[in-house]
Design a protein around this ligand. Sequence first.
Ligand code: BGC
Length: 729
Amino acid sequence: MKFNIGIFCLIFFFSAQSSAQQNIEYKLCDQDFRAINMRENLPANAVYTNKNATAEARAKDVISRLTFDEKLMLTGGWKQMHFPAVERLGLPPVYFSDASQGIHVKDICVKVGKTTAYPGIITLAATWNPELANAYAKSISEECRAYGISVLLGPGMNMYRNAEGGRNFEYWGEDPFLTTKFSVSYVEGLQDAGTIATIKHFIGNEQEFARHVVNVKIGERALREIYLPPYEASIKEGKALAVMTGNNFLNGFPGSADKPLVNDVLRKEYGFKGAVMSDWASSSFWQDKQEIELTSGHSLLMDNNEIFATYIRKQIKDHPEQKATIEKELEAMVLDNLYTFFKAGVYDRPYRNPALLSTFDAHRKVALQTAEEGITLLKNEDHILPISPSSGKKIVVLGTDEALKVFGGKGSGAVEGFDHIDFLTGLKNVYGDKLIYKKDISKEEISSADVVLYFITRPSGEGFDVDFTLPKVEDSIALISKLNKNLVVIHSGGNGFAMPWLSQVKGFVFAYLLGQVRAEALANIISGKVNPSGKLPFTIEKDFNESPAKDYNKMSDGKYYWRGGKNNSQEIRKQFGDREMPYNEGIYIGYRWYEKKNVQTQFPFGFGLSYTTFSISNISASSKKITIDKPVTITVTVKNTGAVAGAEVVQLYVSDVKSSVDRPLKELKGFKKVFLQPGESKKVDIKVDWKALAFWDEKQHQWKAEPGDFIIQAGTSSQDIKQKITISY
Ligand code: BGC
């Protein structure tokens, strides 16, 4: 099925309640926001009430008891953020919340008290410590369960393809291997503690520009090598129970009715049995094509199914002979939803577990560790950092209020948090009156400081992309650096940007978004209490024109449109009709692109400095040959050769010496973070299997590793390779 997206571009946005649901009213929660508990007086001996029966059998048993209206109702969301109840069968509503970095919802039917604003997902990725993702997600899950939320609308796992993407802070960077390791660990942590993970936005939603209408074009090989692997692993290994599709079109199919990818790949090939939900109101963008939802593999239209339900009712009225077939299709949708909730035990437990409120203090520690391990030191000339509090150095702080307070991204991923301390207060707590901050600071005060810390930010969020340049910052740095050479820039944000000023500053700290613990985390890094160990999960190019995504908001007529502005999808739709966004670079995303094109970047993927130094030596392989059933273990020795404790990330990249198809110069296929005391050394083992050598063969439609030699390279960034060894397949 292929259709022209233009037909569906005359679209209206609906947020009204579903007509399917107007027939069936149920109580969502009582006046005190206590969700109703309806598990009493259940039918005796029913399969669905039997905890020992399989999730599938229980879901089927419920379906056998549902009326047609109830079946229709259970294909849509209700009141924005939950799955409807079936009160007469004792099934309570199931509550949802955004998002990947903590709980966004406030009092949408469940009473949500304080929740932790965790550092952004991009910060978590910068730790290169996937075990931390497990603890981070477990903490969020405990907060969800404490308040009665059973489905988290995360983790997001789109790729950092485009430095201007407004939601990059919600994703894991530019590399599929890194993204996969983190997302699997996150999904496991979240679900093991009782909350369903929703992996999103499947697929091709790498930018906010025209996100509801644009037709993203991705070739088969790029889909298989870059965009699909995190989903495949999160489903097969992580056992993710829910998927959210993207708002965008992909290769001509609307995200929330993409049969080839959802039905054929996710469901048939990966065996995914859980709920596949649309992004909010997405299916209302093709009102006159609602029948495509029935067989697309989607099971849940969020945030409501009004348009779909109206279509179904009309269809059955006009063609009563179709009722049986349509009802079967609805049942298939409902089965996936109910299966998900039975599988996760949602219907077998009290809707919330208030005892978990006592775990929140421990969550602060996880948030702090994430922030500290994520902060990435990109420049440190003359060892300008750390600044010891006992040095007595006079420090001037500059920056806008926004830059001194920022802690998260905007939109559905935003989390309010509590007990906030801003950067300035955090530094004051450490440096006392040696720290100077004044709105009307004089030039003399700036030039007489021992160090100037200049805070910058570029806010980003859902619904708008951001520009690659920061002209005001450029002007300010030109001025400040003339007054004081000991200048350190501290940036909060989830996107790379142009830094023509880099040679004018001595220090540069990329702080991403640090959440509510930002002040303590940053002060610990600046003062040296904690040694930075973050590594960039994306490349920072010098000039956006060098990016593979440089034309992303130049439309097919060659015109260039500004990507800012919240409602640009609506405007674009009204003004311009069909739009395509071809990912022409194919598999060459991020460092794969810059290396292939031999473009010098500002900072390479995987880069990040420490206050100590490390050596990597003695590479060896457990065998010189990899076979399909026998991986090899690559071993290197990492030594802390400096004077303070710290952590290094050993990164393994694989290059195919000779291949029948064009391949990246190298690709990340393993990594490990190692903590070492001064002088200490450790052996690090990293397994490499045949799949790490393989590419997606578009002729055979499968993974293929070709016999021959492969060079395994161990380094501390994609551009700093320390050791190499050749193995064969
Ligand atoms: C966003 C999703 C989010 C949903 C519910 C949508 O606009 O794209 O990421 O989960 O809203 O808030």
